[in-house]
Design a protein around this ligand. Structure first.
Ligand code: NAD
Ligand code: IPM
Ligand code: MG
Length: 352
């Protein structure tokens, strides 16, 4: 029986529409090759949504997303994304950091430091300082603003379980980012260690987040799964961009307890390059791989990864990867076309 999937594309702003466009083309092509049925519905988020509905994440958009098999997201300036994450209870944010072998020389670190790096960030996504009580007030000392880092213990425990499961499936090593020397009321280490009693095969290593940032650059290979709260996870995962060579390469999935997911790159709207067609679409295309894996379309996921690797092996590079020597400068459209062509060729070979 043909499997039927419905994806909601939310292109958003800046380079969002460019990278979503590339990813949709690839997904549609894969559907034809792999024989699954695919519908893509489009909806507005961010500034375009505000212009149309006076709201960055309008009810109309929430309704379109309801019941879909996945949301493919571009980028927004800020308005809309936090509301979207909260609306669907996407408390799990997974950000894998694994360099492409052929791009080791694009890392900010020396190739031998980065070869073999395989890190999974597990970031809590709908609590912490992003969502705690906040405001602007004026008192006798003047105007001030505040944001509050607030975590219920159960919110930490539930994301800890996710991270522990991931570590168990991987290399059994979980680093917990915390800042208990300054923020002792939010005991990440203790709560995660308590949960870890049910995971005897996982080693838990609590690490102060400032040291963790340094160790990530110094010796990235020592990490397996890194668990972090919302703010620390945001900051630490961008370091991954420097490790793999460009932030434009990194994908992400945000999930709720039912496995419903929001798929996006970790980068933003990149206003400095938006509208030029030169954005690297591989982060968002990588998010398509995560979507296919989540659906259980393993053959399609593997085939897409292979196609990307082969196109990179042919020397094509977007501008962020600073092509030089034998490498060939490609824009997003060219790169996408090459991946589509490669997918067709692979399928032909496999069917022979
Ligand atoms: N999920 C999201 O929607 C999301 C994520 C991060 C930032 N943002 C928003 O994006 C805006 C810009 O933020 P920023 O400049 O700090 O971060 P950014 O990720 O947009 O850009 C940082 C740098 O990386 C480059 N870059 C990013 N993605 C790229 C890609 N795919 N290909 C090539 N180069 C790429 C940019 O050109 C820029 O030099 C802000 O308004 C921020 O709030 C949104
Ligand atoms: C746009 C912004 C609010 C967002 C975040 O901080 O979560 C982004 O930086 C990300 O990494 O997804
Ligand atoms: Mg970020």
């Amino acid at each position: 029986m043909t499997k039927v999937y419905r994806v909601v594309a939310l292109p958003g702003e800046g380079i969002g529409p460019e990278v979503v466009d590339a990813s949709v083309k690839i997904l549609q092509h894969l559907a034809k090759l792999e024989g699954f049925s695919l519908t893509i519905d489009y909806a507005l988020i961010g500034q375009p949504a505000f212009n149309e509905f006076g709201n960055f994440f309008p009810t109309q958009t929430a309704q379109v997303c309801e019941g879909a098999d996945g949301i493919l997201f571009g980028a927004v300036t800020k308005g809309g994304i936090l509301e979207l994450r909260q609306h669907f209870n996407f408390f799990i944010n997974l950000r894998p950091v694994r360099p492409f072998e052929i791009l080791l020389n694009k890392s900010s670190l020396q190739p031998h430091k980065i070869q073999g790096v395989d890190i999974l960030f597990v970031r809590e996504l709908i609590s912490g300082i992003y969502f705690g009580p906040s405001g602007r007030i004026e008192d006798d000392d003047g105007a001030y603003g505040y944001h509050t880092m607030k975590y219920y213990d159960w919110q930490i425990r539930r994301i800890a379980k996710v991270a522990l499961c991931k570590a168990q499936e991987r290399r059994g090593f979980l680093t917990v980012a915390h800042k208990e020397n300054a923020l002792p009321q939010i005991p990440w280490s203790r709560l995660v260690q308590e949960e870890a009693q049910h995971f005897p095969d996982v080693t838990v290593e609590p690490m102060l987040v400032d040291n963790l940032a340094m160790q990530l650059v110094r010796e990235p290979k020592r990490f397996d799964v890194i668990l972090a709260g919302n703010l620390f996870g945001d900051i630490l995962s961008d370091i991954g961009g420097a490790l793999v060579g460009s932030i434009g390469l990194l994908p992400s999935v945000s999930l709720n307890e039912h496995g419903f997911g929001l798929y996006e790159a970790i980068h933003g709207t990149a206003p400095d390059i938006a509208g030029k067609g030169i954005a690297n679409p591989l982060g968002t295309i990588g998010a398509v791989i995560l979507m296919l894996q989540q659906w259980g379309e393993i053959q399609a996921a593997t085939s897409l990864l292979q196609a990307i690797e082969r196109v990179l092996a042919q020397g094509y590079r977007t501008a962020d990867l600073a092509p030089q020597g034998q490498e060939i400068l490609a824009n997003a459209e060219t790169l996408t076309g090459l991946i589509v062509k490669q997918l067709s060729e692979q399928t032909l070979v496999n069917k022979k």
